[in-house]
Ligand binder design. Structure first.
Ligand SMILES: Nc1ncnc2c1ncn2[C@@H]1O[C@H](COP(=O)(O)OP(=O)(O)OP(=O)(O)O)[C@@H](O)[C@H]1O
Ligand SMILES: [Mg+2]
Length: 486
C-alpha cells in the first residue's frame, strides 16, 4: 500500500516507517499538517496514518479537509492519540476516520489495523462497481415504480368511471379538450348542459380525473333525488342537536367528503330557489356553515353542475337564479344530443358492440350497412345511454360477426306508439300471459317507456306515472344495478 505517515516526532516516525516498509508498504513521511494535505491532494494514498496532534493542523483537520468526493482513490485515515485526546479521536471516527489507536503504538495492533485497511482498500473498486449497480437498480426500480403508479392511477380513474371514453366526432373532441383545460384550473366552476344520456357525467369525471392523474375525491349529488328539506344538511352536514333523531355527534356533509376534490351537482335545475342562494354563497365564498352551526368552515372544492333542462328558460320562468347561472356558466359545456352528432352513431355503436362482445365472448365486430341505416335514422331520445343499452342487449341475445337489421327489433319495438297504435296498453282490455308473469320486469319496462315518452325528463316521467321523483330514482338505480351489475 501507499501510506502517508504524518508525525512530527522524528524518532517515532522513522521507527514506524521502517516497520511499515519492512512489511512491503511504500511509506511517504511528513512532519506537519500543511505538507500532509499538499501530498494528499497531489498523490494517491491507500492510507494516511497520522498523529492527532501535529504542528500547523491537527489530524482531525486533515480528515476534514479531504476532498469529497475524492478525485481518485480515497485514503483511509487512521489516527493515533494520547490518553488525553480520546474524545478527539472519537470525534474523528464520527467525522469519517477509519480507526484510531492509543500511543504508545502497539506494533501488533498496528499490524492488524494496516491489514484491515489493505483489505478495505482492495475492496474499494469492487464496492464502487457494486454501488453503481445498486444506484442503477434503484433508478430502474424507481422508473418501474413510477410506471406501476401510473398504471394504478389509470386503473383507479377507470374504475371511477373516467375511462373507456369513446371520442368519435370533432364536437366531442372539442368538448374533451375543453374538459382538459378545466381540469387544469380547479377554480372555474363548470356547468354541463345536455339531454339525458349524452355523457354529462362522463365529461364531469373527465374534468375531475383528467388523464387519471388525481386521487382526489369526486363526489356526486343528484339534486333531484334528495328531498329539499334534507338537501342542505346532506351538502353541508349538521351540528349535534340540530334535528330530533339526528346523530348525537352531528354529521359531516358531502362537501367534507369532497375536500380537495370535486363536487358534482347533477340536475342542478331541480334545486329550490333558497337552496340555490345558499349554493351561490358557498361558491362565492368557498366557506360554509353546517346546519345549526356557527363556525364558518373553509372548503377547497371544485364545483361541476349538470342539467338536462334549458336553464335560460328556467330563468325566464323564475325557477332558476340568474346570478347563480352567471356564476356557474363561467365554464359552460353544451353536449348536443346524439341525433345531432350523427357521425358518431356508427363508430360509437361499433366500439360498444366490440366491447360487449369481448366481455360476453361473442364474435360481433362490425355493423352491416342496412343495420347502420336503421341506427342512423333512429331518434335516440336516450342518447349514448340508449345506444349503449341496445348494443348490450344485442350482445346478450345474439351472436355475430355482424349486427344485422333483425337484431335491431328492439328499436322498432321501442318506437313511441302514435295514437291508435294497437301496441298502446289498453288498461281495460289487456290480458296476462299463461304460466307466469314477471311484474318487476314489466314495471321496469313501463318506467323505461315513460322516460322515453318524455324524452328522458325524469320529473315529467314521474308525474306521468304518478310516483314521486324519489321513487323513480330508486327504481332507476335498481334497474341500473340489475342491468349493469358490475
Ligand atoms: N363518449 C362516450 N364514450 C363512452 N361511453 C359514453 C360516452 N358518452 C356517454 N357514455 C355512456 O353513456 C351513459 C350515459 O352517460 P352519462 O351518465 O354521462 O349521461 P348523462 O348526460 O349524465 O345522463 P343523465 O342526464 O341521464 O344523468 C353512461 O353509461 C356512459 O358511460
Ligand atoms: Mg348524469
Amino acid at each position: 500500500m501507499n501510506i502517508l505517515l504524518v508525525e512530527d516526532d522524528r524518532d517515532s516516525r522513522e521507527y514506524l516507517a521502517g516497520f511499515l516498509g519492512k512489511h512491503g508498504h511504500a511509506v511517504t513521511e511528513c512532519g506537519n499538517g500543511k505538507d500532509a494535505l499538499d501530498l494528499i491532494n497531489n498523490r494517491e494514498f491507500h492510507m494516511v496514518l497520522s498523529d492527532i496532534n501535529i504542528p500547523g493542523m491537527s489530524g482531525l483537520d486533515i480528515l476534514r479537509s479531504l476532498p469529497s468526493p475524492p478525485p481518485g482513490r480515497y485514503p483511509d485515515v487512521v489516527l493515533f492519540t494520547g490518553y488525553d485526546d480520546v474524545e478527539l479521536a472519537i470525534e474523528a471516527i464520527r467525522a469519517g476516520a477509519y480507526d484510531y489507536f492509543l500511543k504508545p503504538i502497539n506494533i501488533k495492533e498496528l499490524t492488524v489495523v494496516v491489514e484491515r485497511v489493505a483489505k478495505h482498500q482492495s475492496l474499494l473498486p469492487e464496492n464502487k462497481v457494486l454501488n453503481k449497480k445498486i444506484d442503477e437498480t434503484a433508478e430502474a426500480a424507481t422508473k418501474e415504480t413510477k410506471r406501476e403508479l401510473k398504471l394504478l392511477q389509470e386503473a383507479y380513474a377507470q374504475a371511477m368511471g373516467a375511462g373507456e371514453v369513446i371520442i368519435a366526432s370533432e364536437t366531442m373532441k372539442n368538448i374533451f379538450q375543453l374538459a382538459e383545460k378545466y381540469h387544469a384550473d380547479r377554480t372555474i366552476p363548470v356547468l354541463i348542459q345536455g339531454e339525458t344520456g349524452t355523457g354529462k357525467e362522463v365529461v364531469a369525471r373527465h374534468i375531475h380525473y383528467g388523464k387519471g392523474n388525481t386521487a382526489a375525491p369526486f363526489v356526486d349529488i343528484n339534486c333531484a333525488a334528495i328531498s329539499p328539506g334534507m338537501f342542505e344538511s346532506e351538502l353541508f352536514g349538521y351540528e349535534k342537536g340540530t334535528f330530533t333523531g339526528g346523530l348525537p355527534k352531528g354529521k359531516k356533509g358531502k362537501i367534507d367528503l369532497a375536500l380537495g376534490g370535486t363536487i358534482f351537482l347533477d340536475e342542478i335545475a331541480e334545486l329550490s330557489m333558497d337552496l340555490q342562494a345558499k349554493l351561490l354563497r358557498f361558491i362565492q365564498e368557498k366557506e360554509f356553515y353546517r346546519v345549526g352551526g356557527l363556525k364558518k368552515i373553509k372548503a377547497d372544492i371544485r364545483i361541476i353542475c349538470a342539467t338536462n333542462v334549458n336553464i335560460e328558460e328556467s330563468i325566464k320562468k323564475n325557477s332558476f337564479r340568474q346570478d347563480l347561472y352567471y356564476r356557474l356558466n363561467l365554464g359552460l359545456i353544451h353536449i348536443p344530443p346524439l341525433r345531432e352528432r350523427k357521425e358518431e352513431i356508427i363508430p360509437l355503436a361499433e366500439a360498444l358492440i366490440r366491447q360487449y362482445a369481448q366481455k360476453r365472448k361473442k364474435r360481433f365486430c362490425t355493423i352491416s350497412d342496412s343495420a347502420s341505416r336503421i341506427l342512423l335514422s333512429h331518434h335516440w331520445p336516450g342518447n349514448v345511454r340508449e345506444l349503449k343499452n341496445v348494443m348490450e342487449w344485442i350482445s346478450f341475445m345474439h351472436d355475430g360477426p355482424e349486427v344485422k337489421p333483425s337484431h335491431l327489433n328492439i328499436l322498432t319495438r321501442n318506437k313511441p306508439a302514435g295514437n291508435g297504435d294497437k301496441r298502446i296498453l289498453n288498461t281495460e282490455t289487456f290480458s296476462l300471459p299463461e304460466g307466469s308473469f314477471n311484474i318487476e320486469e314489466f314495471n321496469n319496462m313501463v318506467v323505461a317507456k315513460a322516460l322515453e315518452m318524455h324524452k328522458g325528463n325524469k320529473a315529467q316521467a314521474a308525474r306521468y306515472l304518478g310516483i314521486s321523483r324519489r321513487m323513480l330514482y330508486c327504481r332507476l338505480e335498481r334497474m341500473e344495478k340489475r342491468y349493469h351489475p358490475e
